[in-house]
Structures are given as C-alpha cells and as structure tokens.
Ligand binder design. Structure first.
Ligand code: CU
Length: 319
C-alpha cells in the first residue's frame, strides 16, 4: 500500500505533496535522470533543432504518473545550446492533439509571426539570430499559457557568449525549475492538470528538470577544485526559484542571466524569477555532498532539490 500522503481537505486544493509508493526509493534509483550536462555546440553559422510537441505520460516523482503535454522526450524539452551570433533554425512539429506553439525568450522577433499556433499533425519552420547571451526559457505560448507550461511545454536555450568572455568552467549543468499541479495523486493512473491549484500557486511537486529529487538519487558530479557552472532557468509557471547550494557560496552569479554585465561575487542565494534565468559559478575544494535547492524551503519538500557530489564520497543525504 502506498504511504498516506499529507493531505489538506481543501476541495480541489487537496494537496498530493509527498505521495510515495512503498517502493519509491527503488523507483528513484531506477529512474533515468534528465541529462543536466550541457550538450555540445553545433559548428557553423546555423544551428538546427527539431522539436516535437507530444502528449506523453511521464513520471514526475517516484511512482507518480502525469498526463503531460510536453515534448517527444518528456519535460523539459531538449536543451538548445548555441553560440552568440549563430542563427537558430527551429523545426517545430506538433504531434499533440491540440494546437501548440513555441516562444523563445532569447529571440527578438514579432511574436504574432514567429510564435504562432501550429495545428496537430503540422510542422512550422523558423529562424532567429541568437544575439543576446544568457540562459533563457522557451515554452509553448498557446492559451491558456499557464496550462501549457504547467503541463510540461518548457525548456532552456543557452546562448553562450562569444569566446573568452566568461571565465573557464570545468563543468556546465543546465537546470530547469518548474512546478506540477495535480488533480489526483498520480499513483494508480496518471494525474491531470488542476487549474484551481495553478491559480492558487499551490503545486504538489516542484522539480529541477521535471522529476522530483532526481539528482539526489543520481547526483551531479565534480572534482574538488573544479569550477562548476549552473545555467538555471525557472520555467514556473508561477513560482520563483531561490537558487542556493548548501555548504558553499556562489563564487559568481550573473543575475537574470545578463551575461554582458559583471557578475555578483560571493553570494549565498540568488532569485531566479519565473520566466527568467541565472548563471552561477561555484568552486568547491572539499569533497562532499552539496545539495542545490530553491531555498524557499517548501520547494525542497516538494522535490526541488539535487546533490552536487564533489570528489569520491559515498552515501546520500536529504536536506
Ligand atoms: Cu502547448
């Protein structure tokens, strides 16, 4: 029998936070985490990406099923990594049941032209030039946008600055924070989106890269003394992420991903607004397990937590 979740009898606002089947730990261990490591750049002046919108049944926490409107690989969509000045060439195919679209925060284009709805079974091709460096959100912009984002139609695009602008980083990880609002517990059958909870900003689960706590069971790694760069987008749809790494201090923080400006130095926690991004460098010398969290701590209870494993250490921890 699944453990009884902590519920509050609030009609449609009943919380399913913390729901876990008895084999949750085993399921968490078996889960294949979303790849947080930055994908390679494409050579040349044009970078091509095929995006497929799809209705998928996915797991958002150990044993918790959800009927998502997302991408062929689930949610978030693939990390789009380009170099400043490259042309981003997008082919968007809608394999879903209703119209969808894609809005890139890294683009300066007319949204009514570029971010238009694509009907089921159709494709749409467009290009824009990535002139502004940073880490940006992309998402479906079809109404109701709240529902399309909450259902999984979001992702990150990283526009890396021209060479030699940023200090060297040994590792680059991309994290997309988001919330899930459930109409049922998702144990026996997939949960569906609950608009009442979404309007109340009362999520059941909060995640990095779509699945609660996935980098606790499968930590991100670094060697002692390496500089690790986190490219963080908060997809929301509605709640900010207060990015913090337990046991250290962020050596550099480019707030709201303004990579053209000077970073903040040696800060503890940096807010990433819904629909925004931030770039954070950390250099940790001592081996250990360092949790990265949204320090708005309800988010941690709801799954927005992972571990950075520095050096050779065994075991895990919760925080
Ligand atoms: Cu959509």
């Amino acid at each position: 029998m699944p453990a009884a979740p902590a519920t509050a009898q609030l009609g449609e606002l009943t919380s399913y936070a913390g729901t876990a089947p008895s084999n949750a730990a085993e399921l968490a261990a078996r889960h294949v985490p979303y790849p947080a490591a930055m994908p390679a750049l494409q050579a040349g002046t044009v970078a091509h990406f095929d995006l497929v919108l799809k209705d998928v049944r996915m797991q958002i926490a150990p044993g918790i099923k959800y009927s998502a409107w997302a991408w062929a690989g689930g949610a978030p969509g693939p990390v789009i990594h380009v170099r400043q000045g490259q042309t981003v060439d997008i082919t968007l195919r809608n394999d879903g049941a209703i119209p969808h679209s894609v809005d890139f925060h890294a683009a300066r284009v007319a949204p009514n032209v570029y971010f238009k709805d694509v009907n089921p079974g159709h494709s749409y091709h467009f290009r824009f030039k990535a002139n502004d460096p940073g880490v940006f959100m992309y998402h479906c912009g079809t109404k109701p946008v709240l529902m399309h984002i909450a259902n999984g139609m979001y992702g990150a695009i990283v526009v890396e600055p021209r060479r030699a602008v940023l200090p060297h980083a040994d590792r680059n990880y991309v994290l997309v924070a988001s919330e899930w609002y459930l109409g049922s517990d998702g144990l026996s059958k997939p949960a569906q989106f609950n608009m009442t909870k979404a309007h109340a900003r009362q999520p059941d689960w909060m995640t990095f890269n779509g699945y609660a706590g996935q980098y606790v069971a499968h930590p991100l790694t670094a060697k002692p003394g390496e500089t690790v760069r986190f490219w963080v987008v908060d997809a929301g749809p509605s709640i900010d992420t207060d990015f913090h790494i337990v046991g250290t201090i962020l050596n550099r923080a480019w707030v709201d991903a303004g990579l053209g400006s000077k970073p903040l130095a040696n800060v503890q926690t940096v807010g990433v607004p819904a629909g925004g991004g931030g770039v954070f460098d950390v250099k940790i010398d001592k081996p250990g397990l360092y949790p990265f969290v949204s320090h708005a701590f309800a988010a941690v209870d709801q799954g927005q937590v992972g571990l950075l494993k520095v050096g050779h250490v065994s075991g895990t921890m919760s925080h």
